[in-house]
Ligand binder design. Structure first.
Ligand code: ADP
Ligand code: ZN
Length: 915
């Protein structure tokens, strides 16, 4: 059975072979991944007129289905033969949508890996890789381009026989072009005195062609915003930074040497000259000058040719490579054969406490790479894309492209075009910036690598950090993962590298000397590892101290159970926090208060029948949001959600607050806290305070957020209260107090990463304090003073936290000691959901037999939130010590179409959230 026939059965879309119009099959053939989520690539023959212009990575139009309706897709490969219906009819590629190669070789390989690894149709992956503004050519103008349609000699012959002077003038001018060259119609007309009828005549005679081509030079002509003056000098690194930098340097160099020797890269010209097609390498290829046709152009150098000196300096380079290969060793999951090695590839964890100057290390590494003529990608969480971060990059480099969510479609397209032609030295952006098509990428930095927002929650459900690692491997370049609180997955892979060095985890001298109870020593494999032989997979670098000798902020705990015992009424601010807030305000310093929950109160409760008001469509409680104008003293944004109603944070349903319990008719009360309730208390206790609440309700877009941070920087706001939005990346020297209103909000979540999240959030927000010359204080309010996570957070003891958490994760076989796949199924009708879940579970179980007992399957069972927006939800969770078996099981079920219902079945590989 042929590939296409299978597709027909699966999707009822593709016409069966016998009904196709009989056409002779002529190679070559193109495999095309369609944009609509068909989980196969389809073969099409390439008509002669397109043979020379069609390339891998182009967007094309092809006929689909019985009615041959035109569909769009990407050319994935070009082969001389096809295994589809040999000798039978096959449809033809209709047209090239965009002459540009939208997906270059490295990105194509990355996309193919993502398609396999994240169990997503390749077309859907490519939808994420290519911004839709690029696809839709937003903002592009068109220019009429004239080319000779015949060989020069033939035209020369015709010219000699032609009398008509205008025609002669045009032909003579065109013969002056270099072979294969072209000229804008306007210019040709001007220079040869041609008129439209003459041009039409020449087209009719088959001597010239006129095509409307996109005017790329005009698109990026007046680009201001990719600014950066590069004027600011580098800061002199301190001892710790220098040490980390020195360790990185050979790896940066290894990559650039390797890169210049191997890994063929398509380098587009910096500034395409007007009038010539701006597709650089394609134009060359057309003239037979480049690396030739599609097939060869895509093959990587089969000879890895690792540099011997490099090997000596980096003895564990092979270990890194092999371990990655082993990680992805499922069938078809490892796109790299071992022989296709990546000698410049290295993964480097930079664990630096908050305020230790990690960014300066990134900047100077990038400087090395840029000086070698290559480019860099810096991934940051979207919320960290503040003017502060942006300025640090634009001040150092001449050409920086900032990809943030507020860009217009035209700007997005412009940036993409600039980036793809090598005009941007550095790309800074959130998750999807990992796909920036830099022609000669030299380094990737993932800042705050532990951030859950790097994971996309729609298909393809990829993790930006992991895709970045894969890209670095494919491009043979180093990657730096930076964090003060690395994910345990990353830390564990780097931990082997530090066993035996006590400095690693005892790194915060101020804290450790002050607090004898903090754990000393390193995370030795004997403590947590069952696989003591496992080599370190990542390099470990650390910045254990803050810059300029600044001390870590002092964290103190307030036990809210004790607090409430001695006070009347409800107080969300403890006496201690209130006192410190007052002295901070009086001494003209600033404070940040964290409460990671928006709204006023997160449940509405009936004391007599214990009924809690739930969303009608979701298995969650409704959150009460206060009415606008109730507290005019607040500096909150006027456009905020102020409704005096109940909101569902999952399906966004809004209901009035009932006056009585819907079940028993008695009075209901508001329980639980949210930012609005703290705001209310602050406005009562500090009526004249210059204050702002910062959460998803007051901040509608990145503009709001920028404006707010500007006001905070200028001191127009003295205290900010917010959700995790304010916990990250902010560097304001006047902030001396940080208050964590409730350290417990995330601890109770039914997710094995609850403790990790809690520790990270507290540490990150605590790190905002004391970045200037005045020491910082942190007040951590909690109802769980003895909880080990809270205790570790008080000590700011990442290593101690990680050790304890790793021990318990290993006991129960959770990541990083296992790989996990979560499949969520949903349906509006419960019986249908049950049936679908059981069927899928059976298929998975069948496929699992081949893997022996390697895989543990839990479920189907209801998700922690068992209904969202009217859909019942079930989950199946599979874990295994390595990724291979999971990948093979998924591939087997996918092959048979068992995962095709993408609107009902979501496969989440390496999930970061289990709700
Ligand atoms: P992190 O990202 O580790 O929290 P940052 O990179 O934001 O730390 O650095 C904190 C501050 O320290 C920044 O204002 C930065 O300019 C400054 N800084 C960085 N390196 C040095 C240094 N070597 N000497 C003095 N100040 C530095
Ligand atoms: Zn809801």
């Amino acid at each position: 059975m042929s590939t296409v026939m299978q597709v027909a059965n699966l999707f009822g879309e593709i016409e069966p072979a016998e009904r196709r119009p009989a056409e002779p099959v002529e190679g070559p053939f193109a495999s095309v991944a369609l944009e609509q989520s068909i989980d196969r690539t389809l073969s099409y023959s390439i008509p002669p007129r397109l043979i020379h212009s069609l390339k891998i990575g182009q967007r094309v139009r092809v006929p689909l289905g019985r009615r041959n309706r035109p569909a769009r897709g990407y050319v994935i490969s070009i082969q001389p033969t096809t295994d589809y219906a040999k000798g039978g009819p096959i449809k033809k590629v209709l047209e090239i949508e965009d002459e540009r190669v939208l997906v270059g070789p490295a990105l194509m390989e990355l996309a193919r890996w993502m398609s396999r690894y994240y169990v997503t149709p390749l077309g859907t992956v490519l939808e994420s890789v290519i911004p839709s503004a690029v696809k839709k050519k937003v903002g592009l103008g068109y220019t009429q381009i004239v080319r000779l349609a015949q060989e020069r000699e033939a035209v020369q012959g015709i010219l000699e026989k032609t009398r008509a002077p205008k025609r002669r003038a045009i032909m003579a001018r065109l013969l002056q072009l270099e072979p294969g060259g072209s000229i804008e119609l306007v210019r040709l007309a001007g220079e040869s005195g041609a008129t439209p009828p003459t041009v039409r005549k020449l087209i009719r005679l088959g001597l010239i062609t006129v095509t409307a081509e996109v005017d790329l030079p005009r698109l990026t002509a007046n680009m201001g915003p990719a600014a950066g003056d590069g004027a600011e000098p580098d800061i002199a690194l301190n001892e710790d930074q220098q040490k980390a930098f020195n360790q990185l340097l050979p790896r940066l160099k290894a990559s650039s040497r390797v890169g210049s020797i191997e890994s063929p890269k398509i380098v587009a010209p910096l500034s395409p000259s007007p009038g010539t097609p701006a597709f650089g390498s394609e134009a060359q290829a057309r003239r037979g000058e480049g690396r030739g046709e599609g097939l060869q152009r895509f093959e990587r150098d089969p000879h890895p040719n690792p540099l011997p000196e490099y090997r000596e300096r980096e003895p564990d380079a092979d270990a890194v490579r092999l371990s990655l290969a082993e990680q992805h060793s499922g069938k078809e999951t490892n796109p790299l054969s071992i022989s296709n090695s990546s000698p410049g590839f290295s993964v480097n964890l930079l664990l630096g406490v908050t305020g230790s100057g990690k960014t300066e290390v990134y900047l100077q590494c990038i400087r090395e790479v840029v000086n070698a003529g290559r480019q860099a990608i810096v991934l940051v969480p979207e919320i960290a894309l503040t003017p502060q971060t942006v300025r640090r990059f634009t001040a150092r480099f001449k050409s920086v492209a900032i990809l943030h969510s507020g860009l217009t479609a035209t700007d997005r397209h412009r940036y993409w075009q600039m980036i793809s032609t090598g005009q941007a030295q550095v790309v800074v952006g959130a998750r999807s910036a990992v796909f920036a098509p830099l022609p000669n990428l030299g380094i990737i930095v993932v800042d705050e690598e532990h951030e859950a927002s790097y994971k996309q929650d729609t298909a393809p459900r990829y993790h930006g950090r992991d895709v970045a690692i894969k890209r670095a491997q494919l491009e043979s370049i180093p990657i730096i993962l930076g964090s003060a609180t690395p994910s345990l997955e990353t830390y564990w892979k780097a931990a082997g590298a530090v066993s035996g060095q006590s400095s690693v985890v005892s790194g915060q001298p101020t804290a450790s000397s002050r607090r004898p109870e903090r754990s000393e020593g390193s995370l030795t494999p004997s403590v947590v590892s069952g696989q003591s032989a496992a080599p370190p997979k990542y390099h470990f670098l650390e910045l254990p101290r803050r810059v300029r000798g600044l001390s870590m902020p002092h964290v103190e705990l307030v036990d809210m159970k004790q607090e409430n015992r001695f006070r009347r009424g409800v107080h969300l601010l403890s006496q201690r926090l209130e006192h410190l807030l007052r002295t901070t305000i009086e001494s003209k310093r600033q404070a940040i208060l964290l409460l990671n929950r928006r709204g006023y109160s997160n449940f509405v409760y009936c004391a007599s029948c214990t009924n809690v008001i739930q969303c009608k469509y979701c298995d969650v409680t409704m959150t009460y949001h206060r009415t606008a104008g109730e507290h005019p003293g607040s500096a909150s944004n006027a456009a905020a959600v102020h409704t005096g109603q109940l909101h569902c944070h999952y399906c966004l349903a809004v209901n009035p607050l009932p006056t009585a319990c819907p079940k028993c008719g008695k009075l209901v009360s508001l329980f639980g806290l949210g930012t609005q309730r703290v705001e209310e208390e602050i406005s009562q206790k500090f009526p004249d305070l210059k204050f702002a609440r910062v959460d998803g309700d007051t901040m509608r877009n990145s503009r709001d957020y920028e404006t707010l941070l500007g006001r905070f920087a200028r001191g127009e706001i003295q205290v900010m209260l917010g959700t995790q939005m304010i916990a990250k990346g902010l560097d304001y020297p006047n902030v001396t107090l940080v208050g964590v209103i409730s350290g417990d909000t995330a601890l109770a979540l039914p997710d094995f990463r609850a403790a990790e999240r809690t520790f990270q959030l507290i540490t990150q927000v605590a790190g905002r304090a004391g970045r200037g010359d005045n020491p910082g204080r942190v007040v951590l309010q909690t109802f769980l003073p003895d909880d080990p996570t809270i205790q570790a957070a008080i000590r700011q003891d990442y290593a101690g936290f990680a050790r304890g958490e790793l021990v318990s994760r290993r006991e129960v076989g959770l990541p990083p000691f296992a790989r996990m796949v979560r499949i969520v199924l949903r349906d509006q009708e419960q019986p249908k959901l049950s049936k679908m879940s059981e069927e899928l579970a059976a298929k998975l179980a069948d496929a699992a037999i081949a893997e022996g007992g390697a895989v543990t399957t839990k479920g189907p069972m209801p998700c922690a939130i068992s209904r969202i927006a009217g859909y019942y939800r079930n989950q199946i969770v599979m874990t295994c010590a390595t990724a291979g078996p999971l990948q093979r099981i998924l591939a087997a079920v996918r092959e048979k179409g068992g995962l095709a219902k993408s609107d009902k079945i979501a496969v989440d590989v390496d999930p970061v959230s289990l709700l």
